[in-house]
Design a protein around this ligand. Structure first.
Ligand SMILES: [Zn+2]
Length: 414
């Protein structure tokens, strides 16, 4: 692991401003930085228009963000209008680099992502079967992450975001339960922080919640205020953005729709209950209906199904329709509860979407009430298999954006 030197924050000095003025300035810095982080280069005059702040305030805020190394200003593009073109401001990816980690059942992925969403490097490796223990996992993550961070000397490290296929408490990165990894009560943030040598720099959240965040910020319809992200893996993960904000519940456990009851006469679920959504629309259900042998699970099984579906195999297409119907019934329930504008499908549903789409739409139309059903579009992810990984980086950037002057950052040394 690289040696990291903690860069001095700005400390408590406020240049004589009052507490309320400081709070206002922090708030305005966050607004300006968030715009730039999400939209990329914007002219100073456009920023003024977007934020509703006055011109000199925006100039001051940009100057402060530039001193912090988070943005830079360049000459504006010449326009046909009168006057000098407004300077263009853009985020500096090297000014805040997040290490994003995704802990899935079948794979571990790591990426280095700079402010503004610039992906420097990403790496996904298959997780060896049975290599599931928390200690082995954090060791593997550190081994993968070291060279990625090491290739960015002089860049500013802003923290680690982890997407995990489980239920995690956001306040301290404690994983309460990850049934498909066999984890219970794992202090993941603490363990990974120790392994990486970055105490307090690790944020952890549920993978589907982070997929929803990524879709909201950088997906097929960026900025859409009401969105549900549904990822099919071994289980079903769901994340909800409502009125522009992630719906997390009191500790971050909300949105476990994979375990909502959908078939009271159904099968036992890994969570211990019976008839959960994922028992009818998850990977195992698909493999069961398609008649794939039990020992051909995971990616191999899905590859076989995708190939047979593309070749028009009737049994496989029927299996996909059956799973699509269960999937659509569950989506219909969620549409009734949350009234989303868009439902985005990731994971195996992304890949198999062309074969599931009709059955899903039919079931949604049947299950959901007319008014919310007419408003919703069910589509597949624009981020393919990386939604959770990109969302993990956004978790870190949310912290940088919320308080740019105080966010804990450190220089990466060669
Ligand atoms: Zn369950």
């Amino acid at each position: 692991m690289n040696r990291i030197e903690i860069a001095a924050g700005r400390g408590p000095h406020n240049g004589g401003r009052g507490v309320a003025a400081d709070e206002m300035r922090r708030h305005n810095l966050a607004i300006v930085l968030e715009r730039l982080h999400l939209q990329g280069p914007i002219s100073r005059s456009e920023l003024t228009g977007m934020t509703g702040l006055n011109r000199s305030t925006v100039a001051d805020l940009i100057a402060e963000l530039a001193v912090l190394g988070l943005v830079e200003e360049g000459p504006g593009l010449a326009t046909s209008g009168p006057g000098r073109p407004s300077p263009v401001v853009q985020p500096r990816p090297e000014g805040a680099v997040a290490l994003a980690v995704e802990l899935a059942v079948d794979s571990i992925a790591v990426a280095t992502v700079g402010l503004g969403g610039h992906v420097y490097n990403r790496l996904r490796v298959a997780r060896p079967r049975g290599r599931f223990s928390p200690q082995e996992t954090v060791y593997d993550v550190a081994k993968l992450a070291g060279p990625l961070l090491g290739s960015l000397p002089g860049h500013v490290f802003a923290g680690v975001g982890v997407a995990i296929v489980g239920i995690a408490r956001r306040s301290d990165g404690f994983v309460h339960l990850a049934p498909n990894l066999g984890w219970r009560n794992v202090p993941l943030a603490e363990m990974l922080g120790d392994e990486l040598g970055h105490d307090g720099a690790v944020l952890v959240a549920n993978d589907a919640d982070l997929g929803a965040l990524a879709e909201h910020r950088r997906g097929v319809r960026p900025g859409v205020a009401n969105l549900i992200y549904i990822s099919g893996e071994v289980g079903i993960g769901t994340g909800v953005i409502s009125d522009g904000k992630p719906l997390l519940g009191s500790a971050g456990y909300a949105g476990e729709a994979g375990h909502m009851l959908i078939n009271p006469n159904g099968r036992r679920c890994r969570c211990g209950s019976v008839g959960c959504w994922e028992t009818e629309a998850g990977e195992a259900a698909l493999l069961r209906h398609a008649g794939t042998a039990d020992n051909v699970a995971g990616l191999e099984g899905l590859n076989a199904i995708a190939e047979r579906a593309a070749a028009g195999d009737a049994k496989t297409l029927r299996a996909l329709s059956e799973v699509g119907r269960w999937l659509g019934s569950g989506i219909g329930n969620l549409v009734n509860i949350f009234n989303p504008e868009i439902v985005v499908l990731g994971g195996m549903y992304h890949r198999l979407f062309p074969f599931l789409e009709d059955a899903i739409n039919e079931a949604v139309a049947t299950r959901a009430l007319d008014a919310p059903a007419e408003m919703v579009t069910v589509t597949r992810s624009g981020l393919e298999s990386d939604a959770a990984l990109i969302g993990a980086s956004e978790l870190v950037f949310s912290r940088v954006v919320a308080d740019p002057a105080r966010a804990n950052r450190a220089i990466v040394e060669a």
